[in-house]
Design a protein around this ligand. Structure first.
Ligand SMILES: [Zn+2]
Length: 154
């Protein structure tokens, strides 16, 4: 995994890029955080159990330091962990998530970005979308109760 950092006023935006497949030193990669930390997670295709440990260890320590952090553009792999592991977000706010879709016509797989607040209002379900490849009907491609489980907890 690589992390690209960007200072945006009073907050630090960290773009996570690549799979989180082994122990990863977030502390070193992100460095000192002044103000709030925003994690942009669209570039994370996979997380394994070692990665989960490194993630939780880092964010639990941030929480103890009193740093505010939130997650935006969470890839389906990140959302699956947030939903499956109750303390994965470590108290951070999940602002927006990428929802997996598959086209009923050409089977093309894509993602659609949703704000978590909007999903809560719509009762944790998502509308069909147009396939970006053929324009056909693209539908949600996961198990609703599992994928959106975190929404019911927060
Ligand atoms: Zn299609």
């Amino acid at each position: 995994m690589k992390i690209k950092k960007e200072q945006d006023g009073g907050r630090l935006i960290a773009h996570l890029q690549g799979p989180l497949e082994n122990s990863f030193d977030f502390e070193r990669a992100i460095g000192p955080v002044k103000g709030d930390l925003v994690l942009a997670c669209s570039g994370v295709p996979r997380i394994n159990s070692e990665g989960v440990k490194a993630w939780i260890q880092y964010f639990e320590s941030l929480k103890k330091k009193g740093t505010h952090f939130s997650f935006i553009e969470c890839s389906p792999a990140v959302v699956q962990q947030i939903s499956a592991i109750s303390n994965f977000a470590c108290g951070g706010n999940v602002i927006s998530i990428q929802v997996p879709y598959v086209c009923t016509k050409c089977r093309h797989e894509s993602v659609v970005l949703f704000e978590t607040a909007d999903l809560k209002k719509s009762g944790n379900s998502v509308p069909d979308a147009a396939c970006p490849k053929c324009g056909g009907q693209s539908v949600f491609d996961d198990i609703e109760e599992e994928f959106f489980a975190f929404l019911k907890r927060s």
